[in-house]
Design a protein around this ligand. Structure first.
Ligand code: SF4
Length: 285
């Protein structure tokens, strides 16, 4: 068996930074320490933080006192104001690359451009960006939506940091015909592009592709979808326990990658399980 493991699999810079910040905070402020929403989209990592006393609350109102950590996706203006009003200690773990997207969104807004965000309108990162702008913001997930929108005098485009670059290009191209003046800032995170490219390369040469990450992780879902387009035998799992023996029958080349919020210990467990199960399959053939 040949196992191809993506070098880019697992924690990205922003998620690692957020985890390090939370671990440090758990040492410094062990009492009344909260994250606003799960720190990262990985239930196992969130459970581990819980064991260290980091509690998850979905709303600022549910935090009576103490310290709140803002996760790597960033935080809405409303939540920031509420946390300040309540006198909570704020630890901001927003990824600097997400902050860069905020910067360009505000810049375009200030200069009179209508803003188009290529992304998922329900994702916390996009919701946070929108909250700082009071009007003229459209969020689009596909090219068809562009056709339904009107024309613009001045249009600015940015992307959710984990968007697919190809989709971003398609939407920019489709918008060209609908605006007199256009400014585009590529705010897609480089780590995401590299991860997706590497996953595609691996998916092309294997007979079975395993993508590891939280089911609630948008970037892992996207990674699995991209791989599935190339290799139909692509499986998205959260932990080693979900690895199915049948997937490994009569396959000799197996690929493995993971989303940006997947801890390295989970990737290692899956790798070990693939080797173990594959040896078992070979023995029974
Ligand atoms: S994927 Fe990129 S933008 Fe998002 S947290 Fe990781 S490093 Fe930051």
């Amino acid at each position: 068996m040949k196992l191809f493991i993506a070098k880019s699999a697992g924690f990205c810079f922003g998620v690692k930074r957020a985890m390090d910040i939370a671990l440090e905070a758990a040492k410094k402020f062990p009492k009344n320490l909260y994250t606003l929403g799960p720190l990262i989209h990985n239930p196992q990592a969130v459970e581990y933080l819980g064991e260290l006393g980091v509690k998850v609350r979905e709303r600022i109102e549910q935090i009576p006192e103490g310290t709140v950590i803002f996760r790597s996706h960033g935080v809405s203006l409303k939540d920031l104001k509420r946390a300040r009003e309540k006198g909570l200690r704020i630890i901001d773990a927003t990824c600097p690359i997400v902050k860069r997207a905020h910067f360009f969104a505000k810049f375009l807004h200030r200069h009179g451009y209508a803003l188009l965000i290529v992304g998922d309108g329900h994702h916390p990162e996009v919701e946070a960006i929108r909250s700082y702008l009071n009007k003229r913001v459209e969020v689009v997930e596909d090219v068809r939506t562009i056709e339904r929108l009107g024309h613009w005098e001045k249009l600015g485009i940015i992307a959710q940091t984990t968007q697919s670059f190809n989709l971003f290009k398609e939407i920019v191209a489709a918008s060209l015909e609908k605006s007199k003046e256009m400014r585009v800032f590529n705010t897609i995170c480089h780590a995401t592009t590299i991860r997706q490219k590497e996953a595609v390369e691996i998916a092309k040469k294997v007979e079975c592709m395993i993508v590891i990450g939280g089911y609630n992780s948008g970037n892992t879902q996207r990674l699995a979808a991209i791989c599935k387009e190339i290799q139909p035998h692509t499986y998205h799992i959260e932990t080693a326990r979900e690895l199915n023996l049948r997937w490994l029958v009569r396959v000799e080349k197996i690929g493995l990658t993971a989303g940006a919020s997947t801890p390295s210990w989970i990737i290692s467990e899956v790798e070990e399980e693939v080797r173990h199960k594959k040896a078992k399959v070979n023995k029974n053939l």
